[in-house]
Design a protein around this ligand. Sequence first.
Ligand code: F6P
Length: 342
Amino acid sequence: MRVGVLTGGGDCPGLNAVIRAIVRKGVQEYGYDFTGFRDGWRGPLENSTVRLDIPAVRGILPRGGTILGSSRTNPLKVADGIGRIKRTLGELEVEALITIGGEDTLGVASRLSDEHGVPCVGVPKTIDNDLSATDYTFGFDTAVGIATEAIDRLHTTAESHMRVLVVEVMGRHAGWIALHSGLAGGANVILIPEQRFDVEQVCTWVTSRFRASYAPIVVVAEGAMPKDGDMVLKDQSLDSFGHVRLSGVGEWLAKEVEKRTGNEARTTVLGHVQRGGTPSAFDRWLATRFGLHAIDCVRDRDFGRMVALRGTDIVRVPIADATSRLKTVDPALYEEVGVFFG
Ligand code: F6P
């Protein structure tokens, strides 16, 4: 059997570990051949492929990024996109397609599988950890580690100058990275997209921290928004690829805090550094197990399914379960962490 593999959406540490596990087990245990599709859904749309065999996956376990390339191309928004994908798979005699991606990539896989009979298996990935139906996605642990290390470092420079340091982390719709890295890094304020924040309250926490002779660290997810006024919302814009660009809430917040409290404030935007580089041991472990189970779904011809982590087990769920709604931070959990604010 010939199996296609693609990686779509934003890249994420651990993608190569999944690819390696799929190919190693697929070739060695089941005798399958593989076709790598280049740049997410663009690959099958344009019949653009990458050689994918044992030599191609040698040495890639610790490497960040994806050897297949990635894109946010959505075939459902392209003329005759589904027809073109089906034709490519037919021409190349690809009998199963493993799609490794987040909400958008898996959303397409779910529809192709359920509505158009394309045999897809899904593997969830995102540093944001906001996919439902799985306890964790790989990439998240690495991103949290990078953000935590940054917060640790920012504490010492904040203390030296007695400044407020605002750290903006990724997370457009969910505050998982902010919450986990903020808690692990001993931040004094954590702001997440799930709950609009009150700038005056942030200033109160900042001031009380200074009163205790410490410099405050404020961790803010890029999608967090203030209650009073919608200026951050208004600043959102689409880039030339049609992706939402957030306005820089961290920079905005630092200016507000400086103005309202009279304390000097600086912003650090961690950005794509959170997505780059080598995956943590946990992410390599999770990504590898996802890959091993994904190829078993192919063997069982169990299509329209996604591998997921439940506790310590890898299970299979309908792909649609992961994409129908986002997994956001529970207010009770946020409240629990809030005991450390101020
Ligand atoms: O993968 C999700 C994510 O990391 C978001 O947190 C972030 O807003 C987005 O990707 C940015 O991705 P890009 O710059 O590739 O569009």
